[in-house]
Design a protein around this ligand. Structure first.
Ligand SMILES: Cc1cc2nc3c(=O)[nH]c(=O)nc-3n(C[C@H](O)[C@H](O)[C@H](O)COP(=O)(O)OP(=O)(O)OC[C@H]3O[C@@H](n4cnc5c(N)ncnc54)[C@H](O)[C@@H]3O)c2cc1C
Length: 483
């Protein structure tokens, strides 16, 4: 690893000039590849990069250790994708970093085989990823990357980072040089504007669902709980609270802006929109068409999976067996306009029903905001590179088909983006099912050697009429005739 010894804080950079650290820079050779962030996306890249001889790589994450959405590791919650969407299998099923390999190290292959589970527990996926993160030697935690600049003289990226202790306090500064970068800094929880003041006040339990598990006991101790948001997280939180409350005294409300508590699209042909073929097709569309499509496709990723919907209905139904109704209100189509504190512990939500054109107030004792996540912007991290970045009409970074930022040609290094690319790569961008494929695309582009050959065709649907991707691939009959 090429972490520098502690150096004084680097001065604010001139975007066009490379700076020298005040203490000696790293003595080691520059890396071929530096990864920023170690969520599943960059962890997949680290795992596949591990199989490439002579490629020097390091990956930095600000957290003290690997954790995958710890606040939502609700008992029994599962992945929404099959276990084959692990970090490597869909690019390299023989990789030592597969989920099945992990099970082998834990001597759990036989129990898994008999369990016949395609959708594994979320806690199990987290443990599998942690095993990869802790076994690879290229992953480094407690390293917050602060800024990235280009050194034209050395034709290298200079990456400044802060070593954090386990409490998140800065311990030392470092600088690493790399020929190429891959950024996978993920998302951060989103709290709607009207609820921000409440969420920031520690006295009332108004929490984002990303913190649910830590706050669960505190929530359950309150009189009445409101869950806001009808995505998968909102549904899982509502189900978990429902199961924890006594029948008839549930005291729960679940509201959402969407017109219905809608299921996620799960038909097999519908799921082909999560293939490399669709991703290529989407990338080739005009920017205004892509921008129109993304919100239209909400049901591909924002709905609730069928099992969770069924479990909620089952649980509610079970509570009617003695003739009563559960004390739970489920209302879609509702927006929270504003919110305020009532006395010391109460909360008042001001609600609006769009279809009815009506307004009302709801008094509650705790709120769980299952209001989603927003992609972390690369703008701050890449501030010194701004003059070199090519942007689209909406000011977003342009990202090519190989997930590479479009940069001024004077920069010979590549910056690949593993997140924040829904505007260029479509609905599959945050999906775990495309993780291994995308990592392989990036490594193939970086090395120029195709260490991970990829299939030319991945879906039965042919997207578009221009003959891209699928229709150029020989059919079975043609292939057999030739063979
Ligand atoms: C609860 C939940 C469940 C999900 N389940 C599924 C599912 O079943 N199937 C599916 O397809 N998708 C799922 N997703 C969507 C998606 O796959 C995940 O969000 C996934 O974690 C994205 O991985 P990532 O690597 O992009 O980002 P993250 O997992 O968010 O990781 C990003 C990392 O970057 C680090 N970082 C950020 N900034 C810096 C910096 N400046 N320096 C150093 N490190 C930094 C962060 O500490 C973090 O560790 C789920 C999402 C959530 C929230």
């Amino acid at each position: 690893m090429t972490t520098a010894p502690p150096t004084p804080e680097p001065t604010t950079p001139d975007p066009t000039e490379a700076t020298e650290p005040t203490a000696p820079a790293t003595a080691e050779e520059p890396l071929d590849l530096l990864g920023i962030g170690i969520g599943p996306f960059n962890l997949s890249l680290a795992a596949l990069a591990d199989g490439i001889p002579h490629l020097t790589a390091a990956f930095y994450d600000q957290r003290p250790s690997f954790q995958w959405h710890p606040g939502l590791l609700i008992d029994g919650a599962t992945l929404q994708v099959p276990f084959l969407a692990d970090l490597v299998t869909l690019a390299d099923p023989a990789s030592r970093w597969s989920f099945l390999s992990y099970l082998k190290t834990r001597e759990r292959l036989f129990p898994f085989y008999f369990a016949e589970r395609f959708h594994i527990h979320r806690a199990e996926y987290d443990a599998y990823c942690r095993w990869v993160a802790e076994t690879l030697t290229t992953t480094h935690f407690g390293q917050q990357v602060d800024t990235v600049r280009w050194n034209p003289g050395r034709a290298l990226f200079e990456v400044d980072h802060t070593h954090l202790d386990r409490n998140g306090e800065a311990e030392a500064l470092g600088r690493t040089h790399a020929r190429n970068l891959v950024i996978g800094i993920g998302t951060s929880p989103y709290v709607p504007e009207p609820l921000r003041p409440l969420a920031e006040a520690p006295t009332v339990p108004v929490i984002h669902s990303s913190d649910y598990v830590n706050q669960r006991a505190r929530l359950l101790a309150t009189e009445h709980i409101t869950v806001v948001g009808s995505g998968q997280s909102g549904a899982e939180v509502f189900l978990d609270l429902l199961r924890a409350r006594p029948a008839g005294r549930e005291r729960l409300t679940w509201i959402a802006r969407t017109p219905a508590f809608a299921p996620m699209e799960y038909s097999k042909l519908g799921l082909e929109q999560f293939t490399p073929d669709y991703t290529r097709y989407f990338h080739g569309l005009a920017e205004p068409v892509r921008d129109q499509l993304v919100p239209q496709q909400w049901q591909l990723h924002k709905g609730i999976d069928h099992d969770t919907i069924n479990a909620i209905h089952d649980e509610l139904y079970r509570r009617t067996l003695d003739g009563g109704w559960p004390d739970a209100t489920l209302t879609p189509g509702v927006t929270v306009r504003t919110a305020g504190r009532l006395g010391g512990t109460g909360i008042e939500l001001h609600l609006e029903h769009e279809q009815q054109g009506t307004r009302s107030r709801l008094q509650t004792s705790a709120v769980v905001l299952a209001t989603g996540y927003r992609e972390r912007s690369v703008d701050q991290l890449l501030a010194p590179l701004h003059p070199y970045l090519r942007r689209d009409a909406a000011g977003r970074p342009r990202i090519d088909a190989d997930h590479r930022l479009a940069l001024d040609p004077s920069i010979s290094g590549a910056v690949h983006i593993q997140h924040a690319n829904r505007h260029t790569h479509g609905v599959g961008a945050p999906d775990l099912g495309l993780v291994a494929w995308r990592s392989a695309v990036i490594l193939n582009a970086l090395t120029g050697k195709e260490p991970y050959p990829l299939p030319a065709r991945t879906s039965f649907t042919t997207f578009g009429l221009d003959g891209t991707a699928a229709s150029n691939v020989p059919t079975r009959t043609a292939a057999l005739r030739r063979g």
